[in-house]
Write a protein of this length. Structure first.
Length: 100
């Protein structure tokens, strides 16, 4: 899977998470995934909650529009972001453009 894939109702993101990363940031990763650093520890779902909040902020959607699809206890996660797939894909692409 690529770092993101458009769906009819939004996009699916592949994100590799680094917990206790000092600050919350969503960055360009490899071609296969985005990279996220979150300050929260991966304890009692706090890391996943922080990731969902970060993705919602970056993609300018409510937290309820972001859903963890896979990877609850893993570093590599898949999230679904509901909304206009073209606008969301443009935001995801901009993360890579900013890194270049």
């Amino acid at each position: 899977m690529a770092a993101w894939a458009a769906r009819d109702d939004g996009i699916v993101l592949a994100i590799r998470v680094t917990p206790r990363g000092g600050r919350d940031a969503l960055l360009a990763g490899t071609g296969a995934h985005l990279a996220a650093r979150i300050a929260a520890a991966p304890v009692d779902g706090k890391g996943n909650a922080a990731l969902i909040a970060l993705v919602a902020t970056v993609f300018a959607v409510p937290r309820s529009a972001v859903r963890l699809m896979a990877g609850d206890g893993a570093r590599l996660k898949r999230l679904h972001v509901a909304g206009d797939p073209h606008a969301l894909a443009k935001i995801a692409a901009s993360l890579y453009e900013a890194a270049a």
